[in-house]
Design a protein. Structure first.
Length: 166
């Protein structure tokens, strides 16, 4: 899995649109993520509309860079009791699915950045308002996706001092 050691946060993109075949591969990777009790709590908003992208970029003080992304994916999770066996794990499930998005996009030559929204209620509400989501669907993150207009090398974050051997 070279993408684990290659992927970095890319915040500048070319204007080139992301092909629908690549979007499908990214979403297939996201939905291949494990989830608690196989509950698969996710739904995904795929945003290419420039006005909606701009509005999403204003929902968090850290999302401004997303305004020029050709594609935004907003992973969301269901909250209805009848749709979740393990509701307390929904955000964990979405974390794994979001990481799958980042890794598959890297495999496809695309850049991404994960902008956290959950668990901050004001940001989740702001994203929900832009997307018009049902109240039983909670936005988890804003993931910008596109062809990189910058090149970054991943840091080596391995730190032996954080490993405790018993």
């Amino acid at each position: 899995m070279n993408s684990i050691f290659h992927r970095t946060s890319i915040r500048r993109y070319t204007k080139q649109k992301v092909e629908s075949e690549k979007i499908e591969k990214i979403l297939r990777a996201a939905m291949a993520a494990p989830s608690a009790g196989n509950q698969q709590p996710w739904e995904f908003y795929v945003v290419t509309d420039e006005e909606t992208v701009r509005r999403l970029s204003e929902t968090s003080p850290y999302a401004g860079f997303t305004k020029d992304a050709p594609l935004i994916i907003v992973p969301c999770y269901r909250t209805r009791e009848d749709q979740l066996r393990f509701k307390d794990y929904a955000e964990i499930d979405l974390s794994i699915a979001t990481e799958h998005i980042l890794l598959e996009a890297d495999e496809l030559g695309l850049g991404t950045t994960w902008c956290g929204i959950a668990p901050l209620q004001d940001r989740m509400d702001a994203v929900a308002a832009v997307l018009g989501t049902d109240v039983s669907l909670r936005p988890f993150a804003i993931v910008s996706v596109g062809y990189p207009a910058e090149e970054k090398k991943q840091q080596d974050r391995y730190d032996e001092s954080r490993i405790h051997r018993i």
